[in-house]
Design a protein around this ligand. Structure first.
Ligand SMILES: *Cc1c(COP(=O)(O)O)cnc(C)c1O
Length: 412
């Protein structure tokens, strides 16, 4: 289902045209979904939210009761999440951490450092020795592991086991573990392994990956006579934009993780989804400015475009959408342009042929003045978009809870 919730539909139709486009988030729907995800997971699995999927303060706060912490991937995200949900555990990951970011993360008392390279490990050790000499900083080593599972071998989405700038190569594992366990970095405590190997995977694929990661990590720790405390098996749960009614099978995933924790008592597992937690709670609502016929096809130009909602352009899909017909009298002296055919391609206001939101949408009779709500825009949507291209106004933002909710317009 990508049809807007009642609260979203009502707001999308009630907003004056100059308040569109609008990002409408249904926080009640988000809470429901997050509660269901949490309930599907066994107790000994921690749930962190990957803030990069959508770091809006209202979203971070709404997820609060259902997550154990937040994964941040930059100094900016670290400061933002700390300020927004103070006191909640943070895991600091991401490639290319700067000395200033690490120093700030140490000062902020970050609960987990996801270390991406031997160089970064040495930098963290040196900065911790200088700025936090009495601390014990919990470290997970991020590895780019080969995926044994057959199901992943020919997946174009698998990033593990391939050359990439993410994580440590398995060949460096023993050197990194020695640095953490031979007493040379007394401020650092090796807690375990982190691996985020792929995105867009279904539950069986992610369970295969989790099992491989745990097996590999236990073998590594065993070689060094170390008791492994925890393994973070990452995010990457699939969101199917072509068939948004099909959802990631959290129940099957939770049951599989329960088997894994049962097989390894004393080991804490952690997951850090982004997209699959927040994608479904957001809609980008706008209005049709013009409908035109061009060389045998229909185009509707909507207010806004891929500079607000870049997702369909980056992922190469058609964004799921719902037409909200507007039957109020047309207030203008010129006629309402109207689609002649049933299929209409929805484009934005940018002067580039790439500004396509959805192709060949079934929208018979679509008219200028009608509204459209694009669904599945709660993750990797506004925050990955190139807002300033062409200098159109920004959308307005609305966080709806139980039919009411707050509106805020993006400042500057
Ligand atoms: C992006 C990212 C995630 C979240 O991925 P989703 O596909 O949004 O679930 C989790 N962990 C790391 C390290 C990431 O880079």
């Amino acid at each position: 289902m990508t049809a807007p919730t009642a609260a979203v539909r009502e707001r999308a139709l009630a907003l004056p045209g100059d308040q569109l486009p609008a990002y409408l988030y249904d926080l009640a729907a988000l809470r429901d979904h997050a509660a269901r995800v949490r309930a599907a997971l066994p107790e000994r699995v921690e749930l962190y939210y990957a803030a990069k999927a959508n770091p809006e303060p209202e979203i971070l706060a709404a997820l609060g009761p259902y997550v154990d912490g937040y994964e941040v991937s930059s100094g900016g995200e670290l400061a933002h999440v700390r300020a927004t949900v103070p006191g909640r555990p943070l895991a600091f990951g991401g490639p290319g951490k700067t000395p200033a970011e690490i120093t700030a993360a140490l000062a902020a008392g970050t609960e987990r450092f996801h270390v991406e390279s031997v160089c970064e490990l040495r930098m963290l050790a040196a900065l911790a020795a200088r700025t936090a000499p009495d601390a014990r900083i919990p470290v997970l080593l991020r590895f780019n592991l080969p995926l044994a599972a057959d199901s992943l071998e020919d997946s174009s989405l698998a990033m593990g086991g391939r050359p990439s700038p993410f994580g440590l190569d398995p060949a460096e594992a023993d050197e990194a573990v020695r640095l953490l366990t031979d007493g040379s970095c007394p401020q650092l405590e090796w807690r375990g392994v982190h691996a985020h190997l792929a995105s867009g995977l279904d539950a069986p694929q992610l369970l295969d990956a989790a099992e491989s990661i745990v097996t590999w990590s236990l073998a590594l720790a065993g070689r060094h006579g170390h008791r492994l405390a925890e393994v973070n098996v990452g995010g990457g749960m699939a969101v199917d934009y072509a068939d948004p009614g099909t959802r990631f099978d959290w129940a099957a995933y939770g049951a599989g993780l329960a088997r894994l924790t049962d097989a390894h008592p004393g080991l804490l597992l952690r997951i850090e989804p982004g997209r699959a937690l927040t994608a479904y709670c957001g809609w980008y609502a706008t209005e049709v400015l013009d409908v035109k016929h061009s060389h045998g096809e229909e185009f509707a130009v909507v207010r806004g475009g891929t500079h607000h909602l870049r997702t369909p352009a980056t992922k190469g899909h058609d964004q799921p959408c719902t037409v909200l017909p507007v039957s109020a009298p047309w207030p203008h002296p010129w006629p309402r342009s109207t689609a002649r055919q049933d299929r209409v391609t929805l484009t934005g206001q940018l002067c580039t042929p790439k500004d396509v939101l959805a192709r060949q949408v079934h929208a018979p009779g679509l008219r200028a003045g009608d509204r459209v709500a694009f669904g599945v825009t709660g993750a990797y949507a506004w925050n990955i978009s190139h807002h300033d291209f062409l200098m159109h106004p920004r959308p307005t933002f609305h966080f709806l809870a139980g039919g009411t909710g707050s509106g805020r317009t993006e400042a500057s």
